[in-house]
Design a protein around this ligand. Structure first.
Ligand code: ZN
Length: 490
């Protein structure tokens, strides 16, 4: 294991450099410097990649006697093997061609989106799908291809679980969606200008309030908010300040802080293994960001408690009631764009992408027919129909990076958050803690039951630690139904 640990340290050094360069690229770098930084990232990624992906290391790891290792080291090897098993079946020239294709596809997608020209992007999409099918087939697993894809995002996840989950949402939430669409709220108009300097101070105060550790992380600005981390003591988050919309930076800051609080509180023992450091799968990660953003951040009493802080920077809010803010940040209605969707309609945006991906991988649908399918599904589930592919199938970056199977994590994360909240409420009365403006016990609970484990447990094991049972979508459905009936049936 000594050999493995020293190589992991080497890999981490490369990874830290790559992360810092990515961070620089998104936050500070001058436009003329970007091509140079991108090629440095490419070079370092190649070096980091070949530390483990080579014949010698693959056979060394395959021949290790696991029984001689500690339980933790066994998990480290299992994690390494999981990654290597996916890659080693792919011929190197195909792997490299695929990486290049993805880079070009993302550039073309951006252009296609800007000019509403799906036919520009579709030949790339078709190739990305073909490569993905081929790579999955190489692994020769005894399950449907799309299940293999889903498994790469979350161990054990399959279409059976997701079909059940989304069918329940369909059956139980259609009435709530009808309710919110037919009864729009009367809202007090928000102030229409917010200086970036003041928003920035507020974002810092809010990140600290929810538990972000500024000695182990930084908060800056980027076009699209994100979280990046190479170690629990170096977790970087961003937000974006819009002059006309204060709540966008408030909620993206709290959301990314939720991801960061997770990373910052992985135990030292797990962090030191490197391979098991960092958060668990994307859906568990999203459960933490959405927990803070929605279950804490959009709560009436949380808004009541932060209102004086908001007024400190934006005096106009002295003329508003807490109720005005609460309704403003919790209004819901069917819309076309996923990233702007409210909590209630959000999972339907995800379900639509899930059905599109099933059509791609189970039914081998022709890519030329995908925009029509996309639009029909929006009509069917949300009662709205895109009038352009820019607002339809071209809106998200994921397909252009071949991130098939990724979308369900967003909806699962929200659902896991509700299940976790429910158990917490029984044990530590989260509602009361939010009302008392005491968020530290909430963070302690999440640290103890979820964060500390990093990748050392599966997502199912984490859910059982945190809630005593495997995934049960009913908590999420009940939460959404109660919340929106409460707001819209007054
Ligand atoms: Zn997120």
């Amino acid at each position: 294991m000594e050999k493995i640990h020293s190589l992991l340290l080497k890999q981490k050094a490369y990874q830290s450099a790559i992360t810092a360069l990515h961070w620089d690229l998104e936050t500070e770098a001058a436009s003329k410097s970007k091509a140079n930084i991108a090629s440095s990232i490419g070079y370092l990624s190649g070096e980091a990649y070949s530390i483990f992906v080579n014949e010698e290391m693959i056979s060394y790891i395959d021949n290790l006697d696991l029984n001689q290792l500690s339980a933790l080291d066994q998990k480290v090897i299992k994690e390494l093997k999981k990654d290597l098993d996916k890659i080693k079946v792919i011929p190197k020239e195909e792997f490299v061609a695929f990486q290049t294709l993805k880079a070009n596809a993302t550039n073309t997608w951006q252009e296609a989106k800007n000019t509403n020209n799906y036919s520009l992007f579709s030949p790339y999409l078709s190739q990305l799908i073909d490569y993905t099918k081929k790579f999955m087939a190489y692994r020769n697993e005894a399950k449907p291809l799309y299940d293999t894809i889903l498994n790469d995002y979350e161990e054990g996840l399959n279409m059976k679980t997701l079909d059940h989950f989304f069918n329940l949402l369909k059956d139980e939430l259609q009435a709530s969606i009808k309710l919110v669409n037919e009864n729009p709220l009367t809202l007090k108009k928000m102030p229409d200008h917010y200086g970036a300097g003041k928003q920035k101070k507020l974002a810092h105060d809010l990140a600290a309030l929810v538990g972000f550790d500024f000695e182990a992380g930084v908060l800056k600005e980027s076009e699209h908010p994100f979280t990046l981390g190479s170690d629990k003591n170096d977790v970087r988050i961003t937000t974006h300040y819009y002059h006309h919309n204060l709540f966008s930076s408030i909620y993206s800051t709290i959301h990314e802080a939720g991801h960061a609080i997770y990373e910052q509180n992985i135990s030292d023992e797990i962090n030191d293994t490197i391979a098991l450091g960092g958060g668990n799968c994307m859906s568990i990660h999203e459960s933490q960001s959405r927990f803070y953003e929605n279950l804490v951040g959009r709560e009436y009493h949380f808004l009541k408690n932060i209102k004086p802080l908001i007024e400190k920077y934006f005096e106009a809010f002295k003329d508003y009631q807490v109720e005005d803010l609460y309704l403003h940040v919790n209004q819901a209605k069917s819309s076309l764009i996923r990233v702007e969707a409210d909590e209630l309609t959000y999972p339907f945006h995800i379900m639509i992408r899930y059905e599109v991906e099933k059509a791609i991988f189970n039914d081998n649908i022709d890519v030329a027919l995908l925009p029509q399918l996309w639009n029909d599904l929006y009509d069917q589930y949300l009662g709205v129909r895109p009038t352009s592919d820019t607002d339809g199938i071209l809106q998200d970056v994921h397909f252009s990076q071949a991130l098939f199977g990724y979308f369900p994590s967003y909806a699962l994360g929200s659902a896991y958050a509700s299940q976790i909240y429910n158990t917490m409420q029984e044990k530590i009365n989260v509602k009361q803690l939010i009302e008392d403006n005491d968020l530290s016990l909430i963070k302690d609970y999440l640290n103890e039951h979820i964060h500390q484990y990093g990748k050392a447990l599966t997502s199912n094991e984490i859910l059982i630690k945190a809630t005593g049972k495997s995934f049960d979508p009913q908590y999420y459905i009940d939460y959404l139904k109660n919340k929106y009936q409460g707001i819209y049936q007054k």
